[in-house]
Design a protein around this ligand. Sequence first.
Ligand code: THU
Length: 275
Amino acid sequence: MKKIEIVNKTKESFLTKRTIQKIVNLVLKQENKDFPGCLSIAVVGKEEIRSLKKRFFHQDVYTDVISFFYGLSDEDDIWGEIIICPAVIKEEAHNRGEREERALSIVLIHGLLHLLGYEDEDGEKAKVMEERQEILYRLGEEEEEREKLIKKAKEVRNHAYAPYSNFPVGAALLGYDGNIFTGCNVENTSFGLTICAERGAVVKALSQGVKEFKKIAIIADSSSYCFPCGACRQVLYEFAPQLEVIAAKSDRDYEVVSLHSLLPQAFSLKNDRKE
Ligand code: THU
């Protein structure tokens, strides 16, 4: 897509430009679609969206979003327009006890899906659309979570003590409690005493009472992705066999693999120990 134009005609806050951009990119990528031309997003007040709904759909109601698809003929064209009303979305979110940011994101995804051909007039189609928007929102959240972890790993890499290898590493481990535990490699003149970034993070988490983990991000300062060494794989496996491992070069360039794939047929006493 060429460009996204966003005009906020209200005093009401909406999503940031960055978040909008990320949501649009994610939805287009996941739906395997791209378009020439522009996407226009107009953020409007309650009365304006009501009058548009009346004019184009003959319904006199306040609504959260309206999508207009204009076609794909000319590269410079606006291929679609989304009219969105944060005031209505926030009111509804408030009534459901839902976070505003989540509600705003989901309604934007909903508007985008309409532009991509999804419909919601009948119950069955509406269900498909609703499920799809939930999945896309969740994928967006996962992406955010990964990028946040990579940033933390990169920050802590500055504290690495690696005078012997000159290979600083940072790791950020996400606990099931939502907390992030960081670690960096700490070397020793007696080389074998070196502690890797990942194990540093695990020890920190355990000493703070957290021993279940969702994801770990690892970043070195090298041209290749840094996956955990064998010893770290085993230590991570002890607490989180289902762990997601993110090997990053930057917050935009990373690979995601499962710990299972890095340590197949892992050794564990837990399965065999006699009680
Ligand atoms: N290192 C880590 O901290 N994590 C890894 O996953 C691979 C290796 C450290 C250990 C040592 O300080 C340096 O990188 C070179 O091996």
